[in-house]
Design a binder for this molecule. Structure first.
Ligand code: GLU
Length: 548
C-alpha cells in the first residue's frame, strides 16, 4: 500500500508536519523538577467536588515546584457545551484559590502553547493523524453505524470481545482502490489506529498514586479522528499533553480502562509519556453504604453549593487537603496560622483508594476557621456572602456596620473563641434577633411556668435594669429578681431543695432571654442587652409582658 498517497487522499489540506508542531511548541524552559499540569474540563460550566479535588492536586504540584498550571478546554463534544461555561469554570475555581498561569481565558487564550480549546486545534490533530497514515499506523474506516452494530451483535452471539479488531476490522487491510471509491462517492469516514497490540498481552505500569498496576494491552483499532475530523478524548489527550509539555496528568480513576490505548497512542506517535496520577473518587456514606457522589442526588457535589451555603472558601480547600494528604491535619495542628500553601503536599501520601467526604469534619473545620476571624474580617466576609445570597440581610448589615461588628465580636478573640457559626448562612438566624426587622418569630415559654410569674419577673427586672451595670452587678439584679419572686438564686441550693421554689435563677434568665431574643439559646445575655441598648431591651421586655 502506498501510505504516502493514502495520506494525501485523506487530508489534502494538511500541509504541516509534526516537525513544524514540535518547533512551534518546544520543550519548556523550566527549572529542574518543575511540574507542568493541566485542568482539562468540558465547558459545561459545572464544577464539582471531584474537579476541585483534582484541580487542587494539579495546582499544588505546579506551584509548589515552580512549574506551570494550565486550563485546557475539552470541547470536542459540542453537546456538552454551555454558554459562558468557560467563564463559569474560571470564576468558580478562582473563588477557591485555584488560579491558572496559562490556558483558556473567558474569551481567548493566554500562553504560548495554545490554542487551549480543543475545537481550535483541528489542524494540529490532523497533522499527527496524517503522519500516522503515512507511516501505516492509521487507516480510514467507512463502516456505517448499522454495520458496526451488526459486528457487535455477532461478536456478542459468539462470546467474543466486542470491538473493531482483527478479522472484524473490515477496513484495516482494505486496498487503496476500495478506499478511493468510497472517498469519491463522498462516504464519510473515521480514522482508526492500526493497533499493534495482541489480545492477552499485559505489562506493568507505574501510576504515582496507584503504584505498579497491571495493564492489559490494547488490541482494538479505536477511532482517533471522528468523521468531522475532530478527535475524541484519547487522541487529543496524547497530542495535547505532548505538545503542551505536560509532565503530570492528574485525572479521575475512571480513565484507567483507557490507559492501555493511551499507552499505545503515545508509543506509536513517538511521544514520551507524562507521569500519571489517577485519583480515587470522592465517596459519601449513604445509609451506611459508601457510594459515589452524584450530580442528581447530592447538591453538595456542586462547588456552587459550598459557596452559596456560605462555607468560607478556605474551608473547602483545607478540608480537601485533609483528604489529599493524611499528614495534613497533624501539620495543621502544629502550624495553626500558616497558609495551607506552606504545607509540603506530596503525591506519595495520597491514598490510592476512595476517599470519603465527611460533612461533620468539614463543618468542624469551618467553625474553627470562622472562630479565628476578627469581628472586622467576619463582618466583611459575611456581607460579601449576604450580598449574593441573602440580600435583605445584607441591607441590615451594611446599614449598621458598627452595631453588626459588635454583635459579631461576641465570644470572639481570646484563646478559646466560641465556635457558634458554621457557615455564613447561619447568621440571619444566629443574629437576626438583634434587628427588629428579623425579630419576628419568638418562642413560647414552657407550659410548666405560670404566666403571671413570668410577667412579674419581667416587670421587676425592667424596673431595676441599668445599662451602666457591669456583668456582676447585672447578675446580682437577676438573682435578686429571682429571689423576690420565689425562684432560687443559688443553683446548688436549688438542686438540694427543688420543691421549695418555683424554679431557679436559670429559669429567670430564660424568661428574660426569651423575651429579648425570642429563644432559649442565645449568645451571652448581658452582652446582648449591652449591644441592643437600653431602649430596645426595655421595649422587648414590655412588649412580651403585654402578651402574657
Ligand atoms: N475532559 C476530561 C474530563 O473532564 C479530562 C480528563 C483529563 O484530565 O485527562 O474528564
Amino acid at each position: 500500500m502506498d501510505f504516502e498517497r493514502l495520506a494525501e487522499l485523506l487530508y489534502p489540506n494538511i500541509t504541516t508536519l509534526p516537525e513544524d508542531m514540535e518547533a512551534k511548541y518546544p520543550p519548556r524552559d523550566l527549572p529542574e523538577g518543575a511540574k507542568v499540569t493541566r485542568f482539562a474540563p468540558s465547558p459545561t460550566g459545572f464544577i464539582h467536588l471531584g474537579n476541585l479535588y483534582g484541580a487542587l492536586i494539579d495546582e499544588r504540584l505546579a506551584h509548589q515546584s515552580g512549574g506551570v498550571f494550565m486550563l485546557r478546554i475539552e470541547d470536542t463534544d459540542a453537546k456538552r457545551e454551555v454558554e459562558g461555561g468557560v467563564s463559569l469554570i474560571i470564576d468558580m475555581l478562582d473563588k477557591f484559590n485555584i488560579h491558572f498561569d496559562e490556558g483558556a481565558t473567558a474569551d481567548g487564550d493566554n500562553g504560548a502553547y495554545g490554542p487551549y480549546r480543543q475545537s481550535q486545534r483541528k489542524e494540529i490533530y490532523q497533522t499527527y493523524a496524517k503522519q500516522l497514515v503515512r507511516e501505516g499506523h492509521a487507516y480510514p474506516c467507512f463502516c456505517s453505524p448499522e454495520e458496526l452494530d451488526a459486528i457487535r451483535a455477532e461478536q456478542e452471539s459468539i462470546k467474543m470481545t466486542p470491538g473493531y479488531y482483527g478479522k472484524w476490522a473490515k477496513w484495516r487491510d482494505a486496498d487503496i482502490e476500495a478506499i478511493e471509491e468510497k472517498l469519491n462517492a463522498g462516504v464519510p469516514f473515521v480514522l482508526r489506529l492500526r493497533s499493534q497490540g495482541e489480545d492477552g498481552q499485559s505489562f506493568k505500569f507505574d501510576d504515582l498514586v496507584k503504584g505498579k498496576i497491571d495493564v492489559t494491552a490494547n488490541f482494538i483499532d479505536h477511532v482517533i479522528l471522528k468523521s468531522d475530523g475532530i478527535p475524541d478524548y484519547h487522541f487529543a489527550h496524547a497530542v495535547d499533553d505532548h505538545l503542551m509539555r505536560t509532565t503530570h496528568v492528574v485525572r479521575d480513576e475512571s480513565w484507567l480502562p483507557s490507559l492501555p490505548f493511551h499507552i499505545e497512542l503515545f508509543r506509536t506517535l513517538g511521544f514520551k509519556m507524562p507521569k500519571y496520577i489517577h485519583t480515587a473518587q470522592v465517596l459519601k456514606l449513604d445509609d451506611g453504604k459508601k457510594r459515589k457522589l452524584s450530580k442528581r442526588k447530592d447538591p453538595e457535589f456542586a462547588m456552587s453549593f459550598f459557596y452559596a451555603s456560605g462555607y468560607p472558601v478556605l474551608v473547602t480547600t483545607e478540608y480537601m487537603m485533609t483528604l489529599l494528604n493524611s499528614n495534613f491535619e497533624e501539620w495543621r495542628l502544629a502550624n495553626p496560622d500558616l497558609p495551607y500553601t506552606d504545607f509540603p503536599f506530596t503525591v506519595k501520601k495520597m491514598s490510592p483508594s476512595g476517599c470519603l467526604f465527611d460533612f461533620d469534619k468539614l463543618n468542624d473545620i469551618s467553625k474553627t476557621i470562622l472562630s479565628k476571624l476578627s469581628a472586622d474580617e467576619m463582618y466583611d466576609a459575611s456581607l460579601e456572602w449576604a450580598e449574593s445570597f441573602a440580600p435583605d440581610f445584607a441591607v441590615l448589615l451594611s446599614r449598621a456596620p458598627e452595631y453588626s461588628k459588635a454583635i459579631l465580636s461576641i465570644g470572639r478573640g481570646g484563646k478559646k473563641p466560641r465556635k457558634d457559626i458554621t457557615v455564613f448562612s447561619d447568621l440571619p438566624k444566629y443574629m437576626g434577633f438583634f434587628f427588629d426587622e428579623l425579630f419576628t418569630e419568638v418562642e413560647e415559654y414552657p407550659e410548666s411556668f405560670n404566666n403571671g410569674d413570668i410577667k412579674k419577673v419581667l416587670s421587676d427586672f425592667v424596673s431595676v435594669y441599668s445599662p451602666d451595670d457591669d456583668q456582676n452587678q447585672w447578675f446580682d439584679k437577676v438573682k435578686a429578681t429571682a429571689k423576690d419572686n420565689g425562684f432560687c438564686p443559688d443553683m446548688k441550693e436549688y438542686k438540694a431543695n427543688p420543691d421549695s421554689y418555683k424554679g431557679s435563677v436559670a429559669d429567670v434568665s430564660m424568661f428574660l432571654r426569651v423575651a429579648i431574643t425570642g429563644r432559649q439559646n442565645s449568645p451571652d445575655l448581658y452582652t446582648v442587652m449591652q449591644i441592643l441598648g437600653y431602649d430596645k431591651t426595655i421595649n422587648r421586655l414590655n412588649s412580651r409582658m403585654e402578651t402574657l
